[in-house]
Design a protein around this ligand. Structure first.
Ligand code: FOL
Length: 224
């Protein structure tokens, strides 16, 4: 993957357990948050204005996006599958911005030269693979809190980003195998603002209230 851009994970996850899904869908519907996802993954990087961005997703995440919305416009959509590639409709819709790959490395080989930024958009299996990938440099994590009046009801999820031991309240802590050092570090809001750029008008310092939730946009960077 010569001179390919680094990988950025983007996800919204519940606090503190990092729930990301329920019944192969998002656990919530937060219009300001999905607008941020759309703006961040679509925005044209001024230092690379001729290139679109790429989004890499697993086959189950592809399935979770309503057929009428996919492929997501103005981004190169790459769908990972070990199975039947014909099951992913890349042609009949008349859209030419979708391709299929058999692994993360295969996906990077296919879009690395064509894309300004590569975003990994899930789901849990793909986030785990990407977290272990040497090209992964940052995580755009939206922390979602419930504002349930009881203050105790956790957000109902069946899928978790549970391999991120650096998260402050994760059930799993970094082990001495990792050198006992923090490999991932939360960066400041200013750093996040600088990374996403001026076109992302939905970026705000959090927490932001919507429905029965508050959410906050955060940036994490790999230190080693
Ligand atoms: N990351 C974050 N921060 N929030 C998310 O909701 C999110 N969702 C996924 C991956 N990373 C995320 C995967 N699920 C669409 C639907 C589901 C989905 C990702 C994207 C989608 O339809 N997006 C449209 C905008 C839809 C709208 O405006 O309502 C797009 O063009 O991006």
């Amino acid at each position: 993957a010569k001179s390919s851009p680094g990988l950025t994970l983007i996800l919204a996850a519940s606090v503190p357990l990092l729930g990301i899904g329920k019944n192969n869908a998002l656990p919530w519907r937060l219009s300001g948050e999905i607008k941020y996802f759309k703006q961040v993954t679509t925005r044209v990087d001024p230092s690379c204005p001729e290139k679109p961005n790429a989004i890499i997703m697993g086959r189950k995440t592809w399935d979770s996006i309503p057929a009428r919305f996919r492929p997501l416009p103005d981004r190169i959509n790459v769908v990972l599958t070990r199975g039947n590639q014909a099951a992913i409709d890349t042609t009949t819709s008349g859209k030419d911005n979708v391709l299929v790959a058999s692994s993360l490395d295969d996906a990077i080989d296919k879009v690395g030269q064509k894309a300004a930024h590569i975003f990994v958009i899930g789901g849990a299996q793909i986030y785990c693979q990407a977290l272990d990938h040497p090209l992964t440099q940052r995580i755009l994590l939206t922390e979602v809190n419930s504002t349930d009046p009881e203050g105790v009801a956790p957000i109902d999820c069946d899928t978790y980003f549970d391999k991120f031991p650096w998260y402050p309240q994760s059930a799993v802590k970094p082990t001495s195998k990792d050198g006992g050092e923090l490999q991932w570090k939360r960066q400041s809001y200013e750093d996040l603002k600088q990374f996403v750029g001026d076109q992302v008008t939905s970026l705000q310092p959090g927490p932001i209230a919507e429905k029965a939730y508050t959410y906050e946009f955060t940036l994490w960077e790999r230190m080693a």
